[in-house]
Design a protein around this ligand. Sequence first.
Ligand SMILES: *Cc1c(COP(=O)(O)O)cnc(C)c1O
Length: 386
Amino acid sequence: MIPYGRQSVSEQDIAQVVEVLRSDFLTQGPVVSAFEQAVAQYCGSGHAVAVNSGTSALHIACLALGLGEGDWLWTSPISFVASSNCALYCGAQVDFVDIDVATGNMDIDLLAEKLEKAASEGRLPKIIVPVHFAGQPCDMDRLDQLRQRWGFRVIEDACHASGAAFQNTPVGRGQYSDVTVFSFHPVKITTSGEGGMAICNDASLATKMRQLASHGITRDSSLFQSRDQGAWFYEQQHLGFNYRMSDIHAALGLSQWARVDEFVANRNRLACIYDQAFANSPVCPLVQRAGRKNSYHLYVIKLRETCSQSRKAVFEKLRLAGIGVNVHYIPIHMQPYYQRLGFETMHFLNAESFYQQAITLPLYATLSDDQQQQVIEQVLKIVCPA
Ligand SMILES: *Cc1c(COP(=O)(O)O)cnc(C)c1O
């Protein structure tokens, strides 16, 4: 089976991890900060806090921005459940903004309308989480205009978008957001095994996130609320968690990050071949908006109305042919847990119709040309019956 995504681990990556295993620190050593600096520098951002997952990064970002009971967080229904669960962890409420079916990203026109309505009802969201779906950045310019008008905070869920850019500015630069979150799960652009990072330009926000990722504890005497009692002293100032990244994970993450541009370039090359192969066929790629560099975490096709077969039939035939296709995503509001919170099916129609048509094809940096041709042949054979 050709999987839809997989990691590309080099001998150099392995050597870097082994070096940490032979060193003095398996965790809380120097490699985590080296990894943080590498990512912050790449993005041109001030601060980076490494944690044990993208999900943890979303959680501490929400907490550090003060999200709590009585607050609302809005995100896209076409995402992984972590994008909205982070609000529920904080005791806040979630709502969704429907998507643009052409890209799978949050529809900014619908967002603007929803904000007007929420303002008139006194229920404006505290935080909006745009998700750069499949690696294509959202319309951050227009989101920023709305942010200035309505005063909400923005956390970019960039778990798909390491190495992507909006108008020549790397995702993570933080021009249009308060915090940007990356994931280093093995299917993402670069991996640390499990891992994530929260990037921001505000030093006090970074300090708060760093504390929350380690029990709410600080050892920095300049931040103590009581008298420093000696070299052993630390203070727990918030209710935090153990969300720390280990140096073992950071070694893999740092070594992989050095190849982020190479991985993204390869993914773009392969995506371009898919685009050409499917032109004028019963399947269509997602629309690419101007001024974006897509990192192509996922290559999603949609079945056109002219396609004689159902998504389920195409999916099953591809799996039988050894092509490890997937579907991104089951809309979050359709999950049983969210239905119990009161969300109904038929609530976000664009997301639901997108879900009905979408199939994710194999795409990763080391997918070979032969494998890709196999995928293309099978797709065309199945959707264009002779
Ligand atoms: C992967 C992913 C996450 C969660 O990242 P983990 O590192 O697996 O916790 C969050 N949001 C999106 C959009 C993702 O794809």
